[in-house]
Design a protein around this ligand. Structure first.
Ligand SMILES: C[S@@+](CC[C@H](N)C(=O)[O-])C[C@H]1O[C@@H](n2cnc3c(N)ncnc32)[C@H](O)[C@@H]1O
Length: 378
């Protein structure tokens, strides 16, 4: 009879993995985790959206410095009190994920209850990035409505489905024009633009000095007029603002002192002014359309007039693990799928647009977050 036990006693132990093998294993493990993170990437936007919709993020951001809340305290502090007894546990599971994405921070605290399965519980507080997703008062703006817009079914369906749905209203097939025929989507879209423009413009007004000698400023595709209102009310009361957009958009725009809403189509002509402003306009269109818009601007500007473009500028080289590359090239893909022919341009591509539409100089005159202020001079 074989004695396995005895046999194993007399066997020499196998040598463990070498340092090189351990290193290869670690690299494989980290690559596999990276691949899984990509595979599971749907979970984060899903949970972040729910946290915004339920008011979880607002509840946590509203806390005073140094205050941390347990999942139960968060659940019962929500604007709509949950009736599901499992709500604190579900919120806890959501918040753990948000911690792993550096949206929240977490600590373990003793519960002091020995009869519980776990003698510690997690408590949460906000990381600084949360501030960009809640409204922090006048002129703060927020990215919440833009995030919600991108998560909406209308956006994920892409422009083709919207086009089919709205085709009876829209014989000319321009994406943004179609959006404006779908009233509900248009309202979400215009609010998202307005909220994010407040945030960016507040920063631009701190760093960019090119508006100080302007008398009449035309904002092309100015949406609800938020940008001009901010420019005039917070820093340049002498400016006469002309907010130019499609009639359907202006129909819901509030009136602001010093801002005249002028309806029209930038592909036909644009109002006269000594400077023309455009934020997030050129990225929606292909080069040919951009040259049409910019040529109309050139015609409406006086000698030495300028176009002020606020947009992202794509770097020529994408960098690995670089947040700016992720933002810019992600935005570029959104433009590709949401706006036929839209793209985020490099500085050389902006220079090419400037020269094709008659401007003699193109320069970057300021930076605000991921946006550049680019001037085209006549
Ligand atoms: C991406 S939004 C940017 C809004 C605003 N500039 C901002 O940064 O918040 C594009 C704007 O261009 C407007 N637009 C689209 N086609 C237009 C046209 N043909 N003439 C004038 N405005 C147009 C849209 O209605 C929309 O308000």
């Amino acid at each position: 009879m074989t004695n396995h036990h005895q046999e194993s006693l007399t066997t020499y132990p196998k040598p463990g993995p070498t340092r090189e093998q351990e290193q290869v294993d670690e690299e494989m493990m980290s690559m596999q985790m990276q691949a899984l993170r990509i595979t599971n990437s749907l979970a984060f936007p899903m949970v972040f959206k729910a946290a915004l919709e339920l008011g979880v993020l607002h509840t946590i951001v509203a806390l005073e410095e140094g205050v941390w809340l347990s999942p139960s305290e968060i659940a019962f502090g929500l604007p709509t009190k949950p009736t599901n007894p499992e709500a604190p546990m579900l919120i806890d599971r959501m918040l753990r994920l948000l911690v792993s994405h550096s949206i929240l921070k977490c600590r373990l605290v003793e519960t002091g209850e020995n009869n519980r399965t776990e003698s510690t519980q997690r408590v949460y507080a906000a990381e600084p990035v949360c501030a960009f997703f809640v409204n922090r008062g006048v002129n703060s703006g927020s990215l919440m409505s833009q995030f919600m817009l991108l998560q909406s079914q209308d956006t994920s369906e892409g422009c083709d489905t919207r086009r089919k749905r709205c085709i009876q209203f829209c014989p000319w097939h321009g994406t943004l024009r179609i959006r404006c025929t779908d009233e509900q989507f248009a309202a979400i879209f215009n609010q998202a633009m307005s909220d994010s423009s407040t945030m960016i413009m507040t920063k631009i007004l701190e760093v960019y000095k090119g508006l100080k000698d302007v008398n009449t400023l035309v904002d092309i595709g100015g949406g609800l007029g938020t940008i001009l209102n901010l420019v005039i009310s917070s820093k340049y009361p002498q400016i006469k603002g002309i907010n130019f957009d499609l009639a359907a958009v202006l129909a819901t725009a509030p009136s602001y002192p010093g801002v005249e809403h002028v309806p029209g189509d930038m592909f036909i002509d644009v109002p006269k002014g000594d400077a023309i402003f455009m934020r997030r306009i050129l990225r929606d269109w292909n080069d040919k359309d951009c040259v049409k818009i910019l040529t109309n601007c050139w015609k409406s500007l006086p000698e030495k007039g300028k176009v002020i473009i606020v947009d992202m500028v794509a770097p020529s080289e994408p960098k690995s693990d670089d947040i700016f590359s992720k933002v810019v090239f992600g935005t570029d893909m959104l433009m590709l799928t949401q706006c036929s022919g839209g793209k985020v341009r490099s500085f050389a591509q902006f220079e090419a647009l400037a020269s094709a539409s008659g401007f003699h100089k193109c320069e970057v005159s300021g930076l605000a977050y991921t946006y550049s202020v680019i001037e085209f001079h006549k």
